[in-house]
Structures are given as C-alpha cells and as structure tokens.
Design a protein around this ligand. Sequence first.
Ligand code: TXA
Ligand code: MG
Length: 342
Amino acid sequence: MNLGISVYGMNRGISVQEAIRRLGDGEVIAIPTETVYGLAASVQHPDALASIYTLKGRPKDNPMILHGASVDQLLPFVEGWSEAHQACADAFWPGPLTLILRASEQVPSIVTAGLDTVAIRIPNHPMALEILEHIGPLAAPSANLSGSPSATKASHVLDDFGNAVAVVDGDQAAIGLESTVVWAVDSPWRILRPGVIGADEIGHEANIMVNPTPSHHVPAQPAEADQTPLSPGTKYRHYTPMARVMWLDLNQIEAASIAPVQPRLFVVTHTEDRRSQIQTLTQKHPSMLHQHAGSLDMLAKHLYEWFREADQRNTDTIFIEGFEATTPLGLSLTNRISKTIG
Ligand code: TXA
Ligand code: MG
C-alpha cells in the first residue's frame, strides 16, 4: 500500500467507495488489477467510454476489454457462451485471461470499436472486484498513455495522466504483464496476446484446440472482415523505451566501461551468476544502473517499472539477461521484450 509518502499518493489516491461513486457519475478512474492498472469507465456511460480514448491518445479502432465481477455480470454482453468458455471461467477466473466472444447487442460499439466481438475478463484483485460488484461491468484498457509501458503502480498512472485521472492505489500489480488474450469465437481458439496462462493450459481445461499463434506476427485476417486484424492492438507500435534494448552481452558491457565517454547503461539480471558479474563491473563503471530480479516472475513484475525508470534516467542502452522461453511466463516476457528490441 502507498502510505502517503509520495505527494501523489496522498493527494490522488481515492478509496474504493469514492471510485464507485465517481464511476457511477460517469467519471474515468484508474483501478488496480493483478496484471496492470486499468483505465476504467462504466459500460453505462458512453461519454466516459469515449473519453478513455481521448485521455490515452488511443486509436479509435482499438477495442477495450470489458471487466466484470462474475460470469453472470458478463453473460448479457456475449453470445455463444459454451461449456468450453465456462470451463475456462471456472479454471482461470478471477485471473489473467481475456476471452473474445461474439458481442451481444448490449455492448456499446465504442467498447468493441465497431467489431462484432467483445473481450471479457474477471480480474483477480480484491479492490477491482469490490468496485465491479457494486458498479457493474467496466471497460478498461491498460492505464497508460498510448506509447508508454502499461502502469504497474499507482504512481505510473499519475506520471502519465497527472490530475486528469484519479487512481485507486491497490499496490504494485502482482503479475506485471497484461492478460492472455484468446480468440474464443470459433474453433480452433487462438492466442492473440500471450500472458502467464498458456495455450496448453487453456486447451486442457476447455478441452478444445488452442493455437499458440506467435503474437509478434499479426494474426491472419478473417476473410470477411475487411482489413481488420483479429486483434487490432497487435498492429500498433508498442512501447519502445527511448533507450536501445538489447539482450545482455557481457563483452559489450565491458567495452562500454572502458570507452572514453561512458554510455549510460541499465542492466537487468535474474540469475545469481550474472548478478555478481555485473556487481563487479559496476565498480569499473559507476554510472551503470543495475536491477536484479530474483526470478522470471520478479522480472515480469518489475519490467515496465524498470523501462520507465531507465527512460527517466536518460539511459542509452538497457541490457536484459536472456532466458529460455519454455513456460507461458517466459514466452510472454520474450514477447514484450522482443517488441522493444525489434
Ligand atoms: O491485463 C489486461 O488485459 C489489462 C487489464 C487492465 O485488464 N488490460 C489491457 O487492455 O491490457 P489493453 O486495452 O491495453 O489491451 C487489450 C488488448 C488490445 O490489444 C486489444 O486490441 C485487444 O485486447 N482486444 C480487445 N477487444 C478485442 C476484440 N474484440 N477482438 C480482438 N482483440 C481485442
Ligand atoms: Mg495496453
């Protein structure tokens, strides 16, 4: 919890009760979730939904996820809810999984950006759930300016939006990477955005084929859908730090540390071996910034925070220690990091 040490936290953090009241009045509020913070508006308030796009600077053709407190709250907004969907809901909700289904007529077209499908999710955060229980479904993209990394702390929301958005401070997001987005409209289902819940687990629970579409490739266009990619978000340039991002290479770091003008480096490690090597190099290269994540879980939790920090400190190059992408978490991390490299 933010104990009010930062000026922002003191002035801008609002209570769950206050958030419920303001959302009911048609205001846009940032809420915590287990993945990243969301910039939320009630599905009952079209003007508030529209102002999310303006606040973020988000292209109008990029749809938003509808969040609910329960399956019952979300069912009126979708069509074709099947046993497979229910099995996923039972297994993974509340949690970091977003299902795309056919949208019902109740979904405002501003939420779907005119598509005939809608993305739904039940987030796993007590404050988000309490707000959703009281106010009903909320559309919420990640609470960052378009072109910034997703916000994983209340202070990140304030860095991006200042006084324009009040935030419920629900501590640092537990996961730190956005939810898995799955096309679950027809068979086979496909992963449009990898997250910590992987294709195999989803397929196993739903007893259905799930294609782990490599998400850095724009998914194939549905034949009838007139140039709209399956997940519009995938066609936009994602956050790239001002700094160059590279996989960690000790030779390059050593070369940089004897250069006449030392570049500003920000090094991220996650194994003990690399940690101690970098700590030794830091003695030769005192301006080098170093952050250590004890595990890939911790790397995910802090990645966006460190991207933001690297840019605030005018870093030239961010080096991230590589890893084998053998788990869904590893795959999602590789997906997000390679987007900043490539
Ligand atoms: O973890 C998360 O998913 C967070 C938290 C706040 O829930 N939300 C989030 O929202 O990351 P956003 O808007 O930043 O990313 C949602 C992604 C976008 O790439 C969007 O294009 C895609 O989901 N999406 C939303 N509705 C869709 C639809 N009907 N069809 C295909 N893709 C959709
Ligand atoms: Mg986003």
